[in-house]
Ligand binder design. Structure first.
Ligand code: SF4
Length: 121
């Protein structure tokens, strides 16, 4: 039976997950190597419906730095990541900006916002 190895990205520990197809399991998969249930859920989702919380940078005007780190408030399907990155790369924010401030509302109509990951003066 094929084993798929993925690094869990839910928290900074980064457990190495070994995901195996398992028809006897209600989810259809067995996950090993996870230290908690969030890792099991992440591993199964990576196989069945891959998605990501997206992080990136947008241009920052009027600030001490030229780019502002941003992140999405939820997961983005993997097949939409490139399109979202293009939008981030062509977005400009103007300082000052508070951490968590809305930068892009409902990106690509996915029901997920892009917010500032840090404050910028
Ligand atoms: S399995 Fe749990 S402890 Fe391990 S990286 Fe994922 S969330 Fe963190």
């Amino acid at each position: 039976m094929d084993k798929i190895i993925k690094k869990c990205k839910v928290c900074p520990i980064g457990c190495e997950l070994v995901i195996t197809e398992d028809k006897s399991n209600p989810s259809g998969y067995t996950v090993e190597g996870n230290s908690c249930n969030r890792g099991r859920d992440f591993g199964i989702q990576e196989i069945t419906e891959p998605s990501r919380v997206l992080t990136g940078r947008v241009l920052l005007k009027n600030g001490a730095m030229s780019r502002l780190p941003v992140k999405t408030t939820g997961v983005i399907p993997k097949d939409k990541v490139d399109e979202c990155m293009k939008i981030l790369n062509s977005t400009e924010a103007v300082a000052p900006i508070k951490r968590g401030e809305l930068i892009i509302e409902n990106i690509l109509g996915l029901g997920v916002d892009v917010i500032a990951a840090r404050k910028a003066k």
